[in-house]
Design a protein around this ligand. Structure first.
Ligand SMILES: C[S@@+](CC[C@H](N)C(=O)[O-])C[C@H]1O[C@@H](n2cnc3c(N)ncnc32)[C@H](O)[C@@H]1O
Length: 261
């Protein structure tokens, strides 16, 4: 069973508060009115964006995830493939892709197609903020990256959700990393439910990512480190980000557009 089909378990595992993250994102685009989230899953950021006065659009291909998605006024959900989609007439001030989801796209062609599709939906001053990690050409095994991806979510019914999302093996020539996601719901030591999948994900080196960004008509206007859930210091866009201790937020701006200060 795929974790994205076991959407209830996914939603419980990824249910940490996102208010501060949304507020931080909105500081990157003052005055933003519309936000687009490709790979939106259950749209867990949607309500907070709407509470802040924005109109939210999520794009997701999994029906099971969309079934679990937040709904209500100002939330629009589109079942589509993130590689190429069209939301006619809508231009977005902010597009946003959290937690490495972009690495579900495996080839340069798919990634470039996705980036161009998002670019075509941005308003004149719009930005695309992508949260991802970067990996060294010789793999993820060196550096603090190895330790990441383990967390626990206590549930209101007294059960505990143990989560692990970690690289297991890689294919360096094809820039693939096979990541095992295991989510267990338990009461004490009794396991109630368990899902374990291996996802073939894209391994992005700094050079891969920089090339794709440029090729798709974007420029990097800033990078921030996702340190814990609160601290997001600005860092340089450099090869030194590879195999880092956490993810990074890449603020991408369409090339040739006016820069907001
Ligand atoms: C890690 S989840 C992230 C969900 C949500 N953004 C969040 O922060 O919890 C990645 C999502 O991307 C979706 N996905 C993967 N490949 C996709 C594609 N090509 N087009 C649209 N959605 C895709 C999956 O179904 C899954 O819901």
């Amino acid at each position: 069973m795929d974790l994205y089909d076991e959407a209830g378990l996914y939603c419980a595992a990824f249910d940490w508060p996102v208010d501060r993250e949304v507020d931080w994102l909105l500081r990157q685009v003052p005055g933003a009115r519309r936000v687009l989230e490709p790979f939106c899953g259950n749209a867990r950021h949607a309500r907070v964006f709407v509470e802040r006065g924005l109109e939210y659009w999520g794009v997701e291909r999994s029906a099971a995830m969309l079934k679990r998605a937040a709904d209500g006024a100002h939330i629009h959900l589109v079942q589509a493939d993130a590689r190429e989609f069209s939301i006619p007439g809508a231009k977005f001030d902010l597009a946003w892709c959290p937690i490495n989801s972009i690495r579900h796209l495996l080839t340069d062609e798919d990634l470039a197609s996705h980036l161009r599709t998002v670019r075509s939906h941005l308003s004149r001053d719009g930005v695309y903020v992508v949260e991802s990690d970067l990996t060294r050409r010789d793999g993820w095994r060196t550096g603090p990256m190895v330790e990441r991806g383990i967390w626990t979510m206590p549930q209101p019914d007294g059960t505990i959700i143990d989560c692990r999302w970690q690289p297991e093996r890689d294919d360096l020539a094809r820039r693939r990393v096979f990541e095992r996601a295991t989510i267990i719901q338990r009461r004490g030591t009794d396991v109630l439910r368990e899902v374990s999948n291996v996802y073939e994900m894209r391994m992005l080196t700094f050079e891969d990512w920089r090339g794709l960004i440029t090729r798709s008509g974007f420029t990097v206007s800033a990078v921030f480190e996702h340190r814990g859930s609160v601290h997001r210091p600005q860092v340089e866009f450099s090869v030194g980000l590879e195999n880092g201790p956490d993810n990074y937020y890449f603020v991408l701006r369409p090339m040739g557009e006016r820069v907001i200060r």
